[in-house]
Design a protein around this ligand. Structure first.
Ligand code: ADP
Ligand code: MG
Length: 165
């Protein structure tokens, strides 16, 4: 799906947050500045919190209280190939919050097979343009993705209508 401004990426995140269930895992992949933290902000708002997310600097994982807890991990600073011992990621992944992991591609193999992956790419010709590719693994996430697409179609129609006015 396409995003043409940060608010749109956040709105996509809000739909994810609104539909998240305890234990869900969402992996975010994309270069620096792609919009992973922006999407995570929307997810947190969609979970009913008014908090602001920051890319965790000294800790790899930040917890936010919300309708269900958000566990926001950012593996950017993870040394390639180093193990995640002591970070507690596994416990978070088995916990009953929503796990959102930026730079998930830096820790292949630690995530459950069933998950939603979102890769974000910056469009070449449009500074604020982003292409988000959502891939569902497992029945739960196929269902989630279907309802996300339905919700986001409604969102697009509303945006298009607003533009016509
Ligand atoms: P990441 O976490 O992937 O490194 P951030 O979310 O921190 O990226 O930053 C994305 C930057 O790109 C922000 O400065 C944001 O304002 C800008 N931006 C411009 N257009 C978009 C868009 N369509 N979606 C998300 N971010 C966008
Ligand atoms: Mg980030």
């Amino acid at each position: 799906m396409q995003s043409f401004e940060p608010a749109r990426t956040q709105a996509i995140g809000e739909s994810i947050g609104a539909q998240a269930r305890p234990g869900d895992v969402v992996l975010l992949i994309g270069d620096l500045g792609a919009g992973k933290t922006c999407l995570t902000q929307g997810i947190l708002w969609g979970l009913g919190s008014k908090d602001h997310v920051r890319s965790p600097t000294f800790v790899l994982i930040m917890e936010h209280a919300a309708r269900i807890p958000l566990y926001h991990a950012d593996l950017y600073r993870l040394e390639q190939g180093s193990d995640l011992n002591g970070v507690g990621l596994e416990e978070y992944l088995q916990g009953d919050g929503l796990c959102v992991v930026e730079w998930a591609d830096r820790a292949p193999g630690v995530f459950p097979n069933d998950r939603l992956e979102v890769s974000i790419e910056q469009d070449e010709n449009q500074r604020d343009g982003r292409t988000l590719t959502l891939t569902a693994f497992g029945v739960r996430y196929v269902d989630l993705l279907q309802s996300l697409i339905a919700g986001i179609d409604r969102l697009s129609n509303a945006v298009d209508k607003a533009r016509d006015i």
